[in-house]
Design a protein around this ligand. Structure first.
Ligand code: CDP
Length: 248
């Protein structure tokens, strides 16, 4: 359960034995499960459980743009709608999309766009609907990861997948994959995403304080974590085709 009241945050986020409150080592990811083709009415879809986060992504497109005035004559457009269910967090979230959801939709869109060939689809749109059912820190990273999987599941040509994970600092120690409580009560939080066709970082946000050395080490930790996330994405995609092949 995520605590929202500042006074209730634990004073220390690392235990006496050096492990984190949920028993992880400093660079351990939370347990992650991914599955594609989970929403039959979508062109492509995927589901991710990342720690306590539970997130669906569905993709539609290329299709006609509504409203029409958003259409671009020389290229397709990508629209991302990240939404958190009212019941996905400890304190009821207002149902209308807030500033945070709009910002996260935008950053996810910007980090996925480089892998798409939008120039080949003038006048059309690709839409990704991301529904966070349960949230516990790092939802923008898990959403980016699951959205990339849903795009691939839709059979949309892509330069590569995109993987995302946060790194940060708690109690003066650098850690990988912040949980909700670590995100809120920790010293810093840095969500990172990587596009694999060019090994470039397509998302880097930062909240808190770090010196240059910590920043460099965090990026190295992020790259290790992203490599693991990428392998899990590939496995989830392969699993679908193995099941088709075996007639499951
Ligand atoms: O989810 P992410 O870390 O990408 O974004 P955030 O804005 O840093 O939010 C961190 C966490 O705060 C979320 O994952 C939720 O668990 C929690 N949160 C919340 O409890 N209530 C909200 N209205 C928004 C976020």
């Amino acid at each position: 359960m995520t605590l929202l009241i500042q006074d209730e945050y634990p004073k220390k986020l690392l235990r006496e034995d050096g492990l984190r409150l949920d028993g992880r080592g400093l660079t351990d990811l939370r347990p992650i499960k991914m599955e594609v083709d989970v929403i039959k009415n979508a062109d492509g879809s995927a589901y991710i459980e990342w720690g306590n986060n539970k997130i669906f992504a569905s993709v539609y497109g290329p299709r006609e743009v509504h409203p029409h005035h958003l259409a671009k004559p020389d290229r397709g457009i990508l629209r991302v709608f990240y939404r958190m269910a009212t019941y996905s967090v400890f304190e009821r979230k207002r149902p209308a999309p807030g500033r945070r959801e709009k910002e996260i939709s935008l950053v996810i869109s910007e980090c996925l766009e480089p892998v798409l060939f939008l120039e080949l689809y003038p006048g059309t749109s690709f839409e990704i609907f991301i529904e966070v059912i349960d949230a516990d820190g790092g939802t923008r990273c898990a959403s980016t990861t699951v959205a990339a999987l849903a795009l691939a599941d839709a059979g949309i040509p892509m330069r590569s997948l995109v993987s995302s994970c946060a790194v940060g600092k708690v109690d003066g120690q650098l850690i990988t994959d912040l949980s909700g409580i670590e995100d809120k009560a920790g010293d810093s939080d840095m969500p990172v995403a990587m596009t694999w066709f060019n090994d470039e970082i397509s998302l880097l946000q930062f909240d808190g304080k770090m010196n240059q050395e910590e920043m460099d080490k965090s990026l190295d930790m992020a790259k290790d974590a992203l490599e693991n996330v990428y392998q899990m994405q590939l496995e989830a995609l392969k699993k679908k085709y193995i099941q088709i092949q075996e007639g499951i």
